[in-house]
Design a protein around this ligand. Structure first.
Ligand code: NAD
Ligand code: DAU
Length: 362
C-alpha cells in the first residue's frame, strides 16, 4: 500500500483531498497528514477521518520533524498543500509567506530527497506534487488565458512566495533529477472553505444580514472550480503526470466578483423560500436578503484584474476535465454551509473577529 504525506491536510483543499482519497480508495490507501493548525487549519474538518489517517501537528519548516515523518512512515508520495494562502493577509504580513511557502517547501524537498535517495538513486515510484496556483502568472487583460508557458509574473507577496516555491521545485528537478510535478489551479470553492475568502465570507455575512464587501467596482474576474474537481486533478497528475512538468487546472468558469455575490444572494434567498427548515440558521429577516447588502469598498492593493486558466494540457494528456458545473457546485456549497453552521462557528472562534474588524472596518 502506498503512503501519502499530505501537508496542510487540515485546510480547505487538503482536507477535501483527504476525504476524496479515502472515499475513492477506502482502506487501500495510507495517509499521513502534517499540519501546523494555523488559524486556517482545523481538526474539526477532519473529525470523521481521524481514525483512518495518521495526523501529526507540526510545521513543514521543521527539518527534524519532517525527516522523522519520512523515516517513521515510509512516505511514497508528498502532496504539499501547506501554505499561507490568503492574498489580503500577505499584503499585511509578507514575511510569514516567505517562511512557510518558500522555506517550508524547500525543507520538504530536501527531506524528501534525502529520504528517497539510496546509493545515488531515487527509490522506485516516489513522487512530490507541489500544489501551486494560477496567481503565479499575474493578471490578465480582458482576453487570453494562462497556459503553462505563460511567464511567471507574480504581483502580490502571496503570489511571489508561491512562484518562488515553484522555482525551487523546478530547480530540484533540474539539479537533482528530483521526481516532482506542479499543478497550478484557479480559484476553488466548496465545503470547508475558511470564511475569509470571497464565497464563504459572503455566505456567512448574508446569513447574518451583514454588508457584503466587494473590492473596487466588483469587475475583477476569477475562474471558479469546485474543490473536488481540483482534488481529482491532483490525484491524476500525481500518478499519471510527467515528472518535471507543470499542469494548469481550471474550470473555464470566469465570473466577475459582483456576479458571484449576486448569484450567492439569489440562491440563498431561493433556498430559504423553498426550505423553511433553513430559516433556523438565519440571523436576520429573510426580507433583508437582497442586493442592498452589497457594499463596494476600498480596492485590494495591486488587485489582479482577471485570472483565466487554459487547462488543455491536463485535459488532452490526462483526460481530466471539470465535472461539476458551477450552477450545481454553488448550490451544493451553499447547502453545505446552511447545514454545517456549527463548523463555521468552530473555525471562527479563534482570531477571526479581530481579523474581520481590522480588514473590514470602513
Ligand atoms: P488553507 O489556508 O485553507 O489551508 C492551508 C493549510 O496549511 C492549513 O491547514 C494550515 O494550518 C496549514 N499550514 C499553514 N502553514 C503551515 C506550516 N508551516 N506547516 C504545516 N502546515 C501549515 O489553504 P487552501 O485554500 O486549502 O490552499 C491549499 C494550497 O492550495 C495552498 O498551497 C494554496 O496556495 C493552493 N491553492 C489554493 C487555491 C484556492 O482557491 N484556495 C487555488 C489554487 C491553489
Ligand atoms: O487563483 C487561485 C487563488 O485563489 C489561490 O491561490 C488563493 O490561495 C486563493 O485565496 C484565491 O485567491 P483570490 O485572491 O482570488 O481569492 P479571494 O477569495 O480572496 O478573492 C476572490 C476575489 O474577490 C478577488 O478578486 C478579491 C475579491 N474579494 C475578496 C474578499 C475576501 C472581495 O471583493 N471582497 C472580499 O471581502
Amino acid at each position: 500500500m502506498k503512503t501519502y504525506l499530505v501537508t496542510g491536510g487540515a485546510g480547505f483543499i487538503g482536507a477535501n483531498f483527504v476525504k476524496y482519497m479515502l472515499s475513492k480508495n477506502g482502506s487501500g490507501v495510507s495517509l499521513v497528514v502534517l499540519d501546523k493548525l494555523t488559524y486556517a487549519g482545523n481538526l474539526k474538518t477532519l473529525e470523521t477521518e481521524l481514525t483512518d489517517i495518521k495526523f501529526i501537528r507540526g510545521d513543514i519548516c521543521d527539518a527534524k520533524l519532517v525527516s522523522e515523518v519520512f523515516t517513521n512512515y515510509g512516505i511514497d508520495f508528498v502532496v504539499n498543500f501547506a501554505a499561507e494562502s490568503h492574498v489580503d493577509r500577505s499584503i499585511e504580513n509578507p514575511q510569514l509567506f516567505l517562511q512557510t511557502n518558500i522555506l517550508g517547501t524547500q525543507n520538504l524537498l530536501d527531506c524528501a530527497m534525502k529520504s528517497w535517495m539510496i546509493d545515488q538513486m531515487y527509490k522506485k515510484d516516489v513522487r512530490f506534487l507541489q500544489v501551486s496556483t494560477d496567481e503565479v502568472y499575474g493578471s490578465l487583460g480582458d482576453v487570453g488565458y494562462f497556459s503553462e508557458k505563460t511567464p511567471l509574473n507574480p504581483r502580490s507577496p502571496y503570489a511571489a512566495s508561491k512562484s518562488s516555491a515553484d522555482l525551487f521545485v523546478q530547480a530540484y528537478v533540474e539539479t537533482y533529477q528530483f521526481p516532482a510535478l506542479i499543478t497550478r489551479c484557479s480559484n476553488n470553492y466548496g465545503p470547508y472553505h475558511f470564511p475569509e475568502k470571497l464565497i464563504p465570507l459572503i455566505i456567512k455575512n448574508i446569513l447574518e444580514g451583514k454588508q457584503l464587501p466587494v473590492y473596487g467596482d466588483g469587475t475583477n474576474v476569477r475562474d471558479w472550480l469546485y474543490v473536488e474537481d481540483h482534488c481529482k486533478a491532483i490525484d491524476v497528475v500525481l500518478h499519471n503526470g510527467r515528472v518535471g512538468e507543470v499542469y494548469n487546472v481550471g474550470g473555464h468558469n470566469e465570473r466577475k466578483n459582483v456576479e458571484i455575490v449576486k448569484i450567492t444572494i439569489d440562491h440563498i434567498k431561493n433556498l430559504m423560500e423553498n426550505n423553511p427548515e433553513y430559516h433556523r440558521v438565519l440571523k436576520t429577516e429573510l426580507s433583508n436578503i437582497n442586493y442592498d447588502l452589497i457594499k463596494f469598498v476600498k480596492d485590494r492593493k495591486g488587485h489582479d484584474k482577471r485570472y483565466a486558466v487554459d487547462p488543455t494540457k491536463i485535459t488532452t494528456e490526462l483526460s481530466w476535465y471539470p465535472e461539476t458545473k458551477f450552477e450545481d457546485g454553488i448550490v451544493k456549497t451553499i447547502k453545505w454551509y446552511l447545514e454545517n453552521q456549527k463548523w463555521v462557528e468552530d473555525v471562527v472562534s479563534r482570531d477571526y473577529q479581530d481579523y474581520y474588524n481590522k480588514m473590514y472596518l470602513w
